[in-house]
Structures are given as structure tokens and as C-alpha cells.
Design a protein around this ligand. Structure first.
Ligand code: SF4
Ligand code: SF4
Ligand code: FES
Length: 374
């Protein structure tokens, strides 16, 4: 017996990475969308089925990497036989569904969502919002007019079922009643009531009576407030927040599991807050910036971008965008580096990456200054 016969030999390395055995084939669900037949696996959502037909559904609070929360109602579609419009981002397909994605009712509802958001939130840095406003002929200013000159106009013009359901989801119960309420008094109680007297950090319309509302001396309630600049890495401008919950999900169970932020308050007072509203450096935040990555409006923004925008020097159209690998640790996350004037001005990560799904840690997202200095 030779030494070779008793020596241990490593088994040959597999040629392919072993895969889990295939499960049962998913049941296919047939349905019709905008008159076209499609089959998608059971468990798919209406937005998945629309994507299979190359039908784009507008969204604000939806992101494939996050659990749908149905906060904005921008994605609503009409399902034949259903009483209310369905959020395509979370409603699962059912056999035989007949769906319309651009019916007059759907369009009106989306228009209302955009108008309610536009009348109360600064959407100036929200990518794609201006195009959506134009597409749906959204005119947020008509809410300003209805409150400042003729309060009763809002109920006459806006009392529609679809609009009501859309608005309540988009801005919370109080906001919707302000915009869609039956009377001037309901609007005034929201715009001027609890919110104005509370100690909330959300800045709302100044206190005034319903008499002064009728007299046309009241400004429209908005979420405008000073920008929070309390750390070196990113700023929080909640005057641009549409309460889509994405940052809360990214900070919580969907990605980071840090739970540094949550929604506090009710109705129009609802706002994103650290624990007890403490400044970010005193909170549980670990500065991963995953909340910035998912924010659809620019309410959360890395400091270099914020400063460049303030100086009027933010020029995304001139930026070179390159994927590379993070140099800091062995995980090797994919970084997307945005370079303007030979300086890295922002780092993101692709959402369709199986490992990181758009998420990074503080080093990968913010640790690029050493490159700019060399
Ligand atoms: S930076 Fe990270 S830890 Fe801090 S609030 Fe955002 S998601 Fe949470
Ligand atoms: S800060 Fe941004 S991500 Fe968070 S709720 Fe507001 S809009 Fe959504
Ligand atoms: S995208 Fe579906 S509810 Fe916001």
C-alpha cells in the first residue's frame, strides 16, 4: 500500500456553484391590463404584471427593494368590479382581473395626489415630479386659490370618491380633509387648528379664525420648516418630505435595522423624526445614508450635493457616473461614483445588485474625501 492510497485527497471542485433544487413551478395567473392579456406568476403584484407588458405605472413610495407601504397612492389603477381604486404596487394579481391603468378615474386620482403634494410640499428637487405634474395637468395652485379667496370652491370642485381616497393616502387624514372637505370650516380646522397650536416641529399656517379664512387672509398650510443641518454628512429638509416612509423602512427592517427614525405625530403633524426629535448626532443613526438613497424628493441629501445646489453649481448633466468596488472591506460593495469637475460629489449603489440592493455603510457612501484631496 503506497502512501498515496491512504492520504486524503480533496474532492474535485464543483464546476458550477451548487444551486438549491428547483421548487414547484409557480402557478400562472391570467389577467387583462388595458385590453391586453398577460400571465404572471401567482404572488406577483399588478405593477409586476404591468411591467411584463411594458406599461409604466407612476410611483412615489414604491421601491422594489422595500416592502410596499401604500402611502402615496400615485400608482392606483382601476380594477373592474372593485369599488375603490387599487394600489398597483402592492395589490396581488388574481385570475381574470380586468385592469385599467389610464382611465379618467385613475388620471383624476393621480392628478389629485400630485396637487395635494404640490400645494403643501416643496417638490423642487424631486426627480421626475415636474414631468408627472405636466402629464396629469396637476395645478397645485388651485388649492391656494380655494383657501385664500373662495373656500367653498374646494368642496364643489373636488368632491369625488377617487380623489378622496387618493388624497387620504397621500397626505394623511387631516391633509385630505383640508383639501377635500365639505366645507370651509373643515378646511380651516385642519389648516389652523391643532397644528398651529401644537409644539410640533412641523411649521404650519399661522393661527387664525374661520372668519379670517372666509375673509381671505389665511395662507395655505404647508410642511415648510428650516433645513436641519446638524452633522457633516447629510442634511434633512423636511419641507420637501412627502411622508413616503421609504427612509423609515430603509433604516428599519428592510435594510439597516438601526431604527434611528420613525414617523411621529398624526395627521398634518405627522413627520419623520429621530427619537424624541433629538439632533442626528445624538440619535441612533450610524450615517449609512441608506435613507438618502431611497428618498424620492431630495428631502434627505448628502452635504456635498446640498452645498453645490445652494451655490447653483449642481450639474448632474455634466457628471461622469462610474461603477467601481468599494475599497474599504472584503464585502466589495458596488459603488456608483458621481464625478463633477474632477471631484467625487456623490456615491450611490445600484438597487439591482443582489448583494447590496442599493445599500452601503458610512465608509462606502461618505468616505471619499481622501480621493478628492489626492
Ligand atoms: S443614515 Fe442610516 S442609520 Fe442614519 S437615519 Fe439614515 S438609514 Fe438610519
Ligand atoms: S424624508 Fe424622503 S424618504 Fe423619508 S418619508 Fe420624507 S420623502 Fe420619504
Ligand atoms: S407607489 Fe403605490 S401607494 Fe405609493
Amino acid at each position: 500500500m503506497s502512501h498515496d492510497d491512504i492520504a486524503f485527497h480533496l474532492p474535485p471542485a464543483p464546476r458550477d456553484i451548487p444551486a438549491a433544487p428547483a421548487g414547484p413551478a409557480p402557478t400562472m395567473v391570467p389577467l387583462t391590463i388595458d385590453g391586453r392579456a398577460v400571465e404572471v406568476p401567482s404572488g406577483a403584484t399588478l405593477i409586476d404584471a404591468c411591467a411584463a407588458l411594458d406599461i409604466t405605472v407612476p410611483t412615489l413610495c414604491y421601491l422594489k427593494t422595500l416592502t410596499p407601504v401604500n402611502a402615496c397612492r400615485m400608482c392606483v389603477v382601476e380594477v373592474e368590479g372593485a369599488r375603490v381604486l387599487a394600489p398597483a404596487c402592492s395589490r396581488q394579481v388574481e385570475p381574470g382581473m380586468v385592469v385599467k391603468t389610464r382611465s379618467p378615474r385613475v388620471n383624476l386620482s393621480r392628478k389629485m395626489v400630485l396637487e395635494l403634494l404640490g400645494s403643501s410640499v416643496d417638490l423642487s428637487t424631486a426627480p421626475g415630479l415636474a414631468e408627472m405634474m405636466a402629464e396629469y395637468d396637476a395645478r397645485p395652485e388651485r388649492f391656494h386659490q380655494s383657501l385664500t379667496s373662495a373656500p367653498s370652491v374646494s368642496s364643489a370642485a373636488l368632491a369625488s370618491e377617487s380623489a378622496s381616497s387618493a388624497s387620504s393616502a397621500a397626505l394623511g387624514e387631516s391633509a385630505s380633509s383640508a383639501a377635500l372637505g365639505d366645507s370651509a370650516s373643515s378646511a380651516s380646522s385642519v389648516a389652523l387648528g391643532d397644528s398651529a397650536s401644537s409644539a410640533s416641529s412641523v411649521a404650519l399656517a399661522s393661527s387664525a379664525s374661520s372668519a379670517s379664512l372666509a375673509a381671505g387672509s389665511v395662507s395655505v398650510a404647508s410642511v415648510a420648516q428650516p433645513v436641519k443641518v446638524d452633522n457633516d454628512l447629510y442634511v434633512r429638509d423636511y419641507g420637501k418630505c412627502i411622508l413616503c416612509y421609504k427612509c423609515v423602512e430603509a433604516c428599519g427592517t428592510d435594510a439597516q435595522h438601526t431604527f434611528a427614525i420613525a414617523v411621529a405625530g398624526r395627521g398634518f403633524n405627522a413627520h419623520i423624526s429621530t427619537e424624541l426629535d433629538v439632533p442626528l448626532p445624538d440619535s441612533a443613526c450610524v450615517y449609512c445614508g441608506n435613507c438618502i438613497a431611497v428618498c424620492p424628493t431630495g428631502a434627505l441629501m448628502a452635504t456635498p450635493e446640498f452645498e453645490l445646489r445652494k451655490a447653483g453649481e449642481w450639474r448632474p448633466e455634466t457628471q461622469a457616473v462610474t461603477d467601481t468596488i468599494c475599497p474599504y472591506c472584503g464585502v466589495g460593495c458596488t459603488l456608483t461614483v458621481h464625478v463633477q469637475d474632477q471631484q467625487i460629489v456623490k456615491v450611490t449603489s445600484p438597487f439591482d445588485n443582489d448583494v447590496t440592493r442599493g445599500n452601503l455603510c458610512v465608509k462606502g457612501r461618505f468616505g471619499f474625501e481622501y480621493v478628492n484631496r489626492t
